[in-house]
Ligand binder design. Structure first.
Ligand code: SF4
Length: 398
């Protein structure tokens, strides 16, 4: 859920002078520490496990004293620093098609250009690839490419698809068997560290504590004015728990700090701090599906735009008293974008609220057209206004 401001947009400040919450500065420092730990690995002797964000197994990875390296996080960071465009082109030069997920091409291009991480230092080669497979076929293909490049042990942990949204005893047994027979023994072999289940329990407890505070932060968008921009702010808020910091004291501390910051804004009746200053004047409340284009993250935010299933979206529209639904469809993400037009029509039918559809990409700047997106959003907000005046006329007649 996000709220949009009605103020005329001020001149666009540079990234350096963008306003930031204290929590954003704190997270930035956490990311610096993460990338420095990775870059220092050849000196410190720490072993590195490359793994993915969905189905993130950081609590397990940490049980073996391994550092996690998350290729999608690297791609997002490259996107935010406007480096992904050149990486995508480099991967295409190597023959990767136009339609391949741009996270993959950003990662492959980054490797080809020396694997220099977002901190400007070389990222270490992984000692093991841990593929926690949760549904996107691209992940399989991506790790096949990394396996060819690094020739290191590769472990796959397959999470079964919950067709009707239920976890059955068979599914649990299947997951436990993979962990006991393959994943844990292989991680012990690579790391030389014996698995300790109490250590895992402690890391999981820490993740749960951090998540409690994150949920409170996200649900704060029910307040009017909302103290958070749950779309653009939310992208930052989920970073530590979805990325390198699951199960850590750093995550607990960060989310406690963030929650206190947000609760203070609620107490004062304040809106979120956006890159262009505090947002007080909130004219529209939108449920947005689909991640933003990271290469134009701020510009995308500025245009008042912009991640499931129809039920969830309808519930969000109702719970958060939203004016409608906005879908940002990701051109190169076939897994996530499929069916979004149907989702949009169904949400419109069930809620009676207007929906709009824009198409951009994750980290490929070629697929972000500010003029097209702006036009689409302007006509969408006109539709919202028309719906509102229609509703007001009905109320007056009644
Ligand atoms: S295709 Fe979509 S879901 Fe799959 S890795 Fe790329 S961005 Fe993620």
């Amino acid at each position: 859920m996000t709220e949009a401001t009605a103020r005329p947009a001020p001149a666009r400040p540079s990234a350096a002078d963008a306003e930031k919450d204290a929590s954003m500065i704190k997270q930035k420092q956490m990311m610096v520490t993460h990338f420095d730990r990775l870059a220092d690995a050849p000196e410190t002797g720490r072993k590195v496990c490359s793994t993915f964000v969905p189905g993130n197994l950081n609590e397990l990875v940490m049980c073996f004293d391994l550092l996690n390296n998350l290729p999608e996080v690297n791609a997002i960071q490259s996107g935010l620093r406007r480096k992904s465009g050149a990486y995508v082109l480099e991967a295409e030069k190597q023959g990767h098609s136009d339609d391949v997920c741009t996270y993959v091409k950003s990662d492959i291009g980054m490797m080809a250009k020396g694997n220099i991480g977002p901190n400007g230092r070389k990222l270490p080669d992984p000692n093991v690839l841990l593929l926690s497979y949760t549904g996107c076929f691209t992940f399989l293909k991506w790790f096949e490419l990394l396996r060819e490049q690094y020739k290191c042990p590769t472990i796959m942990m397959h999470t079964p698809y919950q067709g009707d949204g239920k976890i059955t005893p068979n599914m649990v047994q299947y997951m436990v068997r993979q962990l006991k027979e393959t994943v844990i023994p292989k991680l012990e072999e690579v790391s030389g560290v014996k698995f300790d289940i109490d250590r895992l329990r402690e890391y999981l407890r820490k993740s749960a504590a951090a998540e409690d505070d994150l949920v409170a932060v996200l649900q704060s968008a029910k307040h009017k004015p909302s103290p958070i921009d749950a779309y653009f702010g939310g992208i930052y808020y989920i970073g530590p728990i979805f990325g390198a910091f699951r199960g850590t004291d750093d995550a607990i501390e960060y989310y406690r700090f963030l929650r206190a910051e947000v609760e203070e804004r609620i107490r004062k009746g304040e809106g979120p701090v956006t890159p262009e200053g505090p947002m007080q004047d909130q004219r529209y409340r939108l449920v947005v599906e689909g991640p933003p284009n990271y290469t134009s993250f701020r510009q995308f935010w500025k245009m008042r735009s912009l991640p499931m299933r129809v039920d969830m979206l309808c519930n969000y529209i109702e719970e958060y008293e939203a004016d409608g639904l906005l879908i940002n469809s990701i051109k190169s993400c076939n897994s996530f974008s499929a069916g979004q037009l149907l989702i949009m029509r169904e949400v419109e039918r069930r809620t009676g609220k207007p929906a709009a559809f824009v198409e951009t990409d994750l980290v490929d700047p070629r697929y972000f057209s500010p003029a097209n997106v702006k036009n689409r959003l302007e006509s969408y907000f006109q539709m919202v206004e028309q719906k509102r005046s229609g509703a007001r006329r009905k109320e007056a007649v009644a």
